[in-house]
Ligand binder design. Structure first.
Ligand SMILES: NC(=O)c1ccc[n+]([C@@H]2O[C@H](COP(=O)([O-])OP(=O)(O)OC[C@H]3O[C@@H](n4cnc5c(N)ncnc54)[C@H](O)[C@@H]3O)[C@@H](O)[C@H]2O)c1
Length: 109
């Protein structure tokens, strides 16, 4: 049994951050580490963002980094196993295709 951490009135011990290598996601990871969350799973394909953004969070040993794409359904289903809370912060919103046609573009806008 893991150590539960309280956010608001709900307890979570495994949290997934998609796009956790990005600006916002990596800061969320740092905050969750500080809160004492037992396991923080990052899913990022690093089309943007950077591994270095996660250096501090990973140094605590409670961050699991998975390099992959959120459009990979099977991967997401696998990664979601045992996750209590998902934080979506992955985006390709600066991509020109997303700016023109965000819906149905095939990109993760
Ligand atoms: N930074 C801001 O000031 C700001 C303000 C308001 C809203 N937002 C929104 O917050 C979200 C995150 O912003 P950010 O500044 O952290 O962006 P960012 O580009 O720094 O981070 C996004 C991360 O998502 C990852 N990513 C992109 N496509 C992916 C995919 N298909 N699969 C897996 N990972 C993928 C990138 O590699 C990157 O690490 C975006 O939706 C953005 O529009 C940002």
């Amino acid at each position: 049994m893991g150590t539960f951490t309280e956010i608001g009135q709900v307890n979570y011990d495994r949290i997934l951050i998609t796009g956790g290598g990005g600006l916002i996601g990596s800061h969320i990871a740092d905050q969750l580490v500080e809160l004492g969350i037992e396991e923080i799973v990052i899913l990022d394909n690093f089309t943007r963002g950077a591994h270095s953004n996660l250096a501090q969070a990973i140094s605590h040993g409670r961050v699991k980094l998975i390099e992959g794409d959120i459009r990979d359904r099977n991967l997401v289903m696998e990664v979601m196993k045992g996750i209590d809370l998902g934080v979506p912060s992955s985006s390709d919103s600066n991509h020109p295709v997303c700016r023109r046609t965000p819906i149905g573009s095939g990109s993760a806008c």
